[in-house]
Design a protein around this ligand. Structure first.
Ligand SMILES: [Zn+2]
Length: 514
């Protein structure tokens, strides 16, 4: 059996959404940089005390019952094997079954027909697991074995502890073992990690270890303008979900088949073209969609987007009348992103574009409702915006640069303050004892810590109700629901209501009827 020149190790230093520093999860990248790493503890095949054979007979899980590598020995099984080990074996079998169901080839056979997995401590702080190539089979496919942490203890730097950490790692690493059967790792590490981290959520949808990796240190979520091929892979697992949701589940398999004879980007470019898409277009649509992360949005392409934070981008520029947004050095699978905000007042009208057809541009409006818009060669108009409206524009193309004009027009009434509605009017005090007044008012300019006062007088000029409060007030329309239980004891007749906000006061009358 020919020994590999390249030894593959999965690792990568990361930190999560928490911002905590994090050790490597899995490290193909170390490999590409420092290969061969034959001598490190990561890649040596350990000699452990005991072995458990999975129920499907496809895995041998090696473990220790004493010493540093010792696993949790508790057992509820007839054969007295540790539940932990049986669970890991079950997770490996589950991963294998799923991948075979998805029509992948199983990991190449190392001679005995059983894949070896070793449960060890001290893989390195934060290492979840590692898949090590050890040679090739008769067809020249890479044979490997897996080492993974023995306990996923809270003393180490994992995002997911205990058996759940072991389960997703079994899925992640076993998919690497399968991947190596398709192509030995010599580059495009991101694609191996993207696929394996994506597969964790396919195999174990309820364990979301992949989520904090999205916005860890050095992640795609922290730098969404980095090229896809320059990412760590872990943080773009969500792109795997985008592809399989937008196209079909088997698109990932087709990508692996194409990847055998070309680069990952070339495989993506060819497969997306085959499916009627384009890599620049698909990438921009994907990145724009990520700005809906963390919201309840009908526009999510994957339900778990609600668990993710939006990508981190530069603070918005202020658009006061007209602005040219210049997107330079556009490249495929790389998003160029700019955002802007308007200084107010309300009821602004925005014109953006046009965008020539060779570019893909999406506009995401982050205000009342998050909505992605497609910018085309006709200008886009948006109305009803205010100073809270934040606009994110995501642009991509095969190459070139784009100047995009954005113009904002103030179409608001020249009104500083208006009391538009007061109801119900009349207030009928009867069986329902309904004593709530609804007021709708408009404010022209925002102000902080503003004094509000609501006073009601009867026709004799006597004050019958007063409430004072202080709050920040934004420009635009506001609704106030004022419950006044004492109203049911007021005499029938006409009442005068004054609403003061800062230095403005407006007056309306209403009638109470018994
Ligand atoms: Zn990995």
């Amino acid at each position: 059996m020919r020994q590999l020149l390249l030894i593959l190790v999965m690792a990568g230093i990361m930190a999560g959404q928490s911002g905590l520093p994090h050790g490597p999860k899995c490290g193909l990248s170390d490999h590409a940089k420092f290969a061969p790493l034959k001598t490190t503890t990561l890649v040596t095949r350990p000699d452990l005390q005991t072995v458990f054979t999975s129920e499907d007979d496809h895995f041998m899980v090696h473990y220790d019952t004493t010493g540093d590598n010792r696993v949790d020995l508790r057992s509820t099984r007839d054969d007295r094997a540790p539940d932990w080990v049986a669970d890991v074996a079950g997770a490996l079998s589950r991963a294998r079954d799923l991948l075979l169901e998805l029509a992948y080839e199983p990991a190449p056979d190392d001679g005995d027909g059983k894949y070896d997995v070793y449960l060890v401590s001290n893989l390195g702080s934060g290492y979840y697991g590692v898949t090590n190539p050890v040679g090739t089979d008769g067809d020249g496919r890479i044979i490997s074995f897996i080492k993974m942490d023995n306990d996923f203890s809270t003393d180490e730097l994992f995002y997911t502890f205990g058996i759940d950490g072991a389960r997703v790692t079994a899925a992640h690493e076993y998919f690497h073992a399968v991947q190596m059967g398709y192509k030995a790792v010599s580059g495009d590490v991101f694609f191996y990690e993207l696929a394996s981290t994506w597969f964790e959520d396919i195999a174990f949808p309820d364990i979301n270890d992949w989520v904090p990796w999205f916005r860890g240190a050095g992640s795609f979520g922290r730098n969404p303008t980095q090229p896809l091929a320059g990412t760590d892979g872990y943080s773009v697992a969500i792109f795997g979900h985008y592809l399989t949701e937008w196209y079909r589940m088997d698109i990932m398999l087709h990508l692996w088949e194409r990847f055998q004879s070309q680069s990952a980007l070339a495989a993506l470019r060819a497969e997306l073209a085959f499916q009627g898409g384009s890599l620049p277009g698909v990438w921009i649509n994907f990145v724009a969609g990520l700005f809906l992360n963390g919201t309840e949005s009908d526009y999510h392409f994957y339900p778990d987007q609600i668990l993710l934070y939006p990508p981190v981008i530069d603070p918005p520029r202020i658009l006061s009348d007209s602005l040219t947004l210049t997107f330079l050095q556009l490249r495929e699978a790389t998003a160029n992103i700019q955002s802007f905000q308007m200084p107010g007042p309300s009821n602004l009208h925005l014109q953006v574009g046009p965008v020539p057809p060779s570019f893909t541009a999406r506009l995401v409006l982050d205000s009342d409702g998050l909505t992605p818009y497609n910018l085309t060669d006709a200008p886009m108009y948006l109305s009803g915006l205010n100073s809270l409206s934040k606009v994110v524009v995501v642009v991509g193309a095969q190459s070139g640069e784009l100047d995009l004009s954005a113009t904002v027009i103030d179409t608001s009434y020249n009104i500083e303050f208006a009391l538009d509605k007061l109801g119900p009017n009349p207030v009928i005090i009867g069986r329902s004892s309904f004593t709530r007044l609804n007021l709708t008012y408009r404010v022209g300019a925002p102000s902080l810590a503003t004094r509000h006062r609501l006073v009601i007088y009867n026709l004799l000029g006597q004050e019958v109700y007063r409430r004072n409060w202080v709050r920040d007030v934004g420009e635009g329309t506001h609704t106030l629901m004022e419950d006044i239980p004492a109203m049911r004891y007021w005499a029938s007749g006409v009442y005068l209501l004054t609403l003061s906000i800062g230095r403005h006061t407006l007056t309306r009358t209403f009638t109470v009827i018994h």
